[in-house]
Write a protein that binds this ligand. Sequence first.
Ligand code: ADP
Ligand code: MG
Length: 239
Amino acid sequence: MDTSVAVRDLKISYGALDVIKDLQLEIARGEFLVLLGPSGCGKSTLLNAIAGLIDVADGEVWISGRNVTWEEPKDRGIGMVFQSYALYPQMSVEKNLSFSLRVARHDRADIERRVARAAEILQIEPLLKRKPAHLSGGQRQRVAIGRALVRDVDVFLFDEPLSNLDAKLRVDLRVEIKRLHQRLENTMIYVTHDQIEALTLADRIAVMKGGVIQQLDDPLTIYNRPKNRFVAEFIGSPS
Ligand code: ADP
Ligand code: MG
């Protein structure tokens, strides 16, 4: 496997609560991996450990062949999109998109080129001068994706990016994210508790329960040949 992201021997506890229990995971370059499981099973904790947003005391995280366990999030070659949009409210869409590039001191022409490309891909060109308060939920989430997109990252991490949207928009953006993956061909790790989202988006699904990956397989295998009762019931396989 041409490995993009690897998690080795990862254990995370909060006090007496073991949230991630000796977890192993290897994700191929260009793969769309979905972490699926009920609320509280440790999906966000695992994603945040990969992103470097929480310290890993026990285990290792590798990205693009580098042990990044002790690297800052900004150095890991990742872009992250959260459930809440986390846009800068006082900045226009354009400034939100260019912020990280300005911090990293890209030159002006390069910033303009990258912002224009992200805006084109996500079809948000008409919104560039607006402030987040004047955007719909779906538009805000496109901008949030755009902020990761401008940086040419190797790996996109999504934490329930569609959970705050209504049903129609959820479907639209699901299609959009799939299209984005087909166009960029980068690695995507996508957290959700929504079975349909997982089945439609994933190359492989890791079904989690209690900090343990119960099954890691392609959607059809998960659906048709669930390894245990939990996976069968959670995914809604015919019995
Ligand atoms: P998920 O994203 O699958 O809903 P989380 O990774 O957010 O699950 O949380 C897994 C478990 O860890 C939950 O029981 C949650 O309450 C607990 N947890 C998460 N973050 C913290 C924290 N900072 N301190 C204490 N417990 C936490
Ligand atoms: Mg979560």
